[in-house]
Design a protein around this ligand. Structure first.
Ligand SMILES: Cc1cc2nc3c(=O)[nH]c(=O)nc-3n(C[C@H](O)[C@H](O)[C@H](O)COP(=O)(O)OP(=O)(O)OC[C@H]3O[C@@H](n4cnc5c(N)ncnc54)[C@H](O)[C@@H]3O)c2cc1C
Length: 424
């Protein structure tokens, strides 16, 4: 156990007004928001990992795509972040990052804010269960480094995330706790994941390109994304692919295996989305003339990644042709086709460890979305990814965590402050 409050009291003797379970994005936002509204309240965060906010450090490839300016209630989140000293910078498509480009700076500022507001934090402490004691509030059962302790409190904010990225502490514990209070869990599944695909050359692993990716089901296009695409050892990754992965809905029945269900989907990549097919052919013809004496393998150099270019040329031209001037019209058509519509059959998707978000969760109908309080069990509030909400890459998932954390914090503080006024 590790507390920022230097106290000799055992946890049994400490009574908290609010116990926040989970010290990630939504838990930190909730703690700060309770204290902003009523600094006299006693608030604690219980965090399973040895540090608060471990997942935050990994967000946006360490840069933290913190929110998106197109989000509903963007100003609420922006004010919250600014008040914590976080300076924002806008990039394309409304994506907001800390000016520093460092996720670590975001976490550092939030941790300081929490400390300054006198929130007690317990790290290395896993909440095992929560029991409601009528009239009194709750008892939170915790395993603190193999020591079983209980925290009594008036209100609970469940902010322990979903199941994505279990290496950051999120192993779905909140779902079980919510269920004990009568809540319903919709089917959960990993989203924003890399896809495993047939036909991706291993040698392309690690290559990142800009392009358009289209998801097809049974040869019919479903959705397309333009942006970064990354080749992996066994498939495709990158923001475009993560976003497309949200649309793969496997229909399994007695006659369809998992493998068959995945293979109904394929990804088509267009490496030159700004050019029409005909334009590419004309361009390649001109280039054949310009570079006629040069070796074939550099035909696409400076147009797309060199390694990818060589791979496309190798695949398009059946016979080895040494100089560009000898490439036939048919060869040019083949190269153009691979540049505009390389097709890869989906064979699988990566699991929880590589997922950036959880699809499904605690159903929203059972929660008051203004205060985030349970409609089923008074005194229990929800925030973050454990709710049935997920969004594409672009800062939307962190936005949801901040916003629901702010609402839950304010909702709890409001309820407790009213009780104080009434004198309960
Ligand atoms: C690699 C990666 C990159 C991402 N990048 C982005 C991005 O750039 N932009 C974006 O918008 N979204 C991003 N996301 C998604 C985003 O990080 C999450 O949606 C968001 O952090 C969810 O916030 P949360 O508070 O609900 O959960 P978390 O931030 O996951 O926090 C939950 C906390 O609860 C703790 N906990 C769990 N169970 C218990 C328990 N029983 N007792 C005590 N504590 C417990 C966990 O240890 C964890 O610290 C990314 C996700 C990943 C995995």
């Amino acid at each position: 156990m590790n507390s920022n409050q230097k106290s000799s009291k055992s946890l049994y003797d400490i009574f908290f007004d609010v116990c926040i379970i989970g010290g990630g994005a939504s838990g930190l936002a909730a703690a700060i928001s309770v204290m902003e509204k009523n600094p006299t309240l006693k608030v604690c965060i219980v965090e399973k990992k040895e540090e608060l906010g471990k997942k935050l450090l990994a967000t946006g490839n360490g840069r933290c795509n913190i929110t998106n300016s197109s989000c509903t209630d963007y100003e609420v989140v922006k004010d919250f972040l600014n008040n914590s000293g976080i300076v924002l910078k806008e990039e394309e498509h409304g994506r907001m990052y800390p000016q520093s480009g460092q996720a670590a700076s975001v976490l550092e500022l939030l941790k300081w804010r929490v400390k300054k507001l006198n929130v007690t934090t317990f790290t290395n402490c896993q909440v095992l269960s929560v029991i409601k004691i009528e009239e009194e509030g709750f008892k939170v059962n915790i395993d603190c480094a193999n020591e079983k302790v209980i925290i009594p409190c008036k209100k609970i904010i469940l902010a322990c995330g979903g199941k994505s990225g279990p290496q950051f502490g999120t192993t779905g514990d909140g779902y079980g706790i919510a269920k004990t209070f009568g809540h319903t869990l919709s089917r959960i599944y990993p989203v924003l994941v890399p896809l495993e695909c047939e036909g991706v050359e291993k040698s392309l692993k690690g290559i990142r390109v800009k392009g358009k990716a289209t998801l097809l089901k049974n040869e019919q296009p479903i959705v397309e994304e333009t942006g970064e695409i990354q080749f992996t050892a066994d498939g495709l990754s990158g923001i475009c692919i993560f976003n497309l992965s949200r649309y793969i809905k496997l229909e399994l029945d007695d006659y369809t295996t998992l493998d068959e269900a995945f293979k109904q989907y394929s990804i088509e990549l267009d490496f030159l989305p700004e050019m029409e097919d005909e334009e590419v052919i004309e361009f390649l013809k001109d280039r054949r003339y310009l570079m006629s004496e040069m070796p074939t393998e550099i035909y696409l150099a400076s147009i797309i990644n060199m390694k990818l270019g060589e791979q496309i040329i190798g695949e398009a031209l059946e016979d080895k042709i040494s100089t560009i001037g000898n490439i036939t019209y048919k060869g040019i058509e083949e190269i153009a086709m691979l540049l505009k519509s390389s097709r890869y059959v989906v064979t699988g998707a990566k699991g929880w460890k590589e997922a950036q978000c959880t699809g499904g969760g605690i159903i929203l109908d059972e929660v008051n979305l203004e205060t985030m309080e349970s409609k089923i069990s008074e005194g229990i509030y929800f925030a973050g990814e454990l709710l049935d909400y997920d969004a594409p890459c672009g800062g939307f998932n962190l936005h949801n965590a901040w916003l629901t954390g702010i609402k839950a914090g304010r909702g709890v503080a409001e309820a407790l402050t009213q009780k104080m006024v009434i004198g309960e």
